[in-house]
Design a protein around this ligand. Sequence first.
Ligand code: M6R
Length: 608
Amino acid sequence: MCGIIGYVGADQVVPVVLDGLRRLEYRGYDSAGMAVIGDDGIRILRAAGKLRNLEQRAYHEPLYGTTGVGHTRWATHGAPTEANAHPQVDGRGEIAVVHNGILENYAALRRELLDDGVELASDTDTELIAQLLGRETGCLAERVLRVLPRLQGQYAVVTVRSAEPDTVVAFRQGPPLVIGIGRGENLVASDVTAILHRTREVVYLDNGEVAVVRADRVELLDAAGGPVERPPETLDWDAGRVEKGGYRHFMLKEIFEQPDAIRNTVRAHLDAERSGVIVDGLGIPADRLDRLRRIHLVACGTSWHSCLVGKFILERLTGLPTEVDYASEYRYREPLLGDDLLVVGVTQSGETADTLSAMELAAAGGALLATVCNVRGSSSWRLATARMLTQAGPEIGVASTKAFTTQLVALTVLALALRRARGLADRLDEQLVRELQRLPLAVEEVLRTDRALYRRGTEILSEATDSLYLGRGILYPIALEGALKLKEISYLHAEGYPAGEMKHGPIALVTDGFPVVAVATATATRDKLLGNLMEVRARGATVLAVAEPEADDVAEIAELVLPVPTVHPLLQPVVAVVPLQLLAYNVAVELGHDVDQPRNLAKSVTVE
Ligand code: M6R
């Protein structure tokens, strides 16, 4: 959702804030703004629309000061106008606030302030926080501690006050905040990508905590104002990984990073020497392993698709019944929990609000909590007992690619680890370990595919307004993922379906030239899928297929085959999704869309 940056140090703050916001713009891009404490108090600049509008304003209306905050917004309360952009200020313009999240008692607080005669300048919940802080007395930290109990909902807030020009105060409940410890300067940000180029020493703020950040020191307080001690951690990401590195878009760079991301994820969790899985690395306590009878996977969006694949892999390799839930449904459906249950929250960011709530619910119900996550130190990482880090590196493109394929790898490793722990390991395990090690080469092969094939596929899809993506078995989630990728960045309607279900409704959509994209690599159900493709072909559909180049039966039906190499059936989703990512990317570029920052979306969905 929204991106936040705060700075206090010796440098001019405007370039630091703009640079941080540029790195955070993938989180939200409806409007942007900043507050700078200068000699004459707080000065605010805000602009509706993309960050470049704010940059232009900053160029024409320069601000000077070495303490400030910036924000890039994904609108919740109020339209994405300049008036609703952050920072929001109190009535006297002495306190500026930037905020990510939603205040659930917005209506009550707003009514109270209006009844007290406060004039509100925006429709935002954020202004209410600024107004409440402005009505308190004392230093900013004292005001924050008094206002905190009045706020209900989720918030990550960073605030400055003109009377304290050397201090930034941050507090959170829900959405993340991280403090970057620099030399003679300190920073606060909604995620590490904004500050990595200045420091790799960070402290994560916990829920309910307040950070008082000055250039030479950072104090952490609990909600009662008591001191909190937490040493900094050193990040293992380097700043170069959040640059485009010569690619036109982050998404394309991230698609091409998949072989390395997969290689790193495999290496992190497999002991190549003993061709075995490093079970200890997962941190599942031995006594819990003995009791384990069931698995629930919870996630949102693309991560939910990786769970659908994970169900096939986990059930096949461990024999443990595995359920998959949308995290947003799980948290309200009263699932049957217990200490025989492993609940895995799968999340790239580790900050998705629904996934975190589902995990909290599961932990409260006695389940063993695990996470497959791409961000060490994130909220899901800290919540879980057992953790598997996907080694995708920072993913900036809103459309998830390398996080997805590394999640598939991580879930396979998790399944192998549980299988081994349950005494089920046999020659299949050795085969899968070898196949996992070979997987990056298979993905490289897909990435070398003749561009002309993609040009043809792009033409077919970009000229249509709707399309159907079909797959069966372990590949049906890949059809869902391919359709989601296309929808997200090309704004064309696409529906993913298990091919066998197609006759029960979606086939009504098929007319002459209607595009059907089939995930048709060699699984036990390929013949069934081919039967379904014949049915749509008979009704005029244009079939595009992902399949092995030697699959003549697919080539006979499809107008176009995007080739992928043969890999073990359990790993086919990893190679089969790559052509669909490239196809969606090419269609979006062809249609002239902003691939990395698609309409209405945000990278990290930190509100419900
Ligand atoms: O960070 P998470 O993996 O928890 O995010 C979940 C979804 O919001 C995310 O996968 C979303 O669907 C992506 N935009 C898909 O490309």
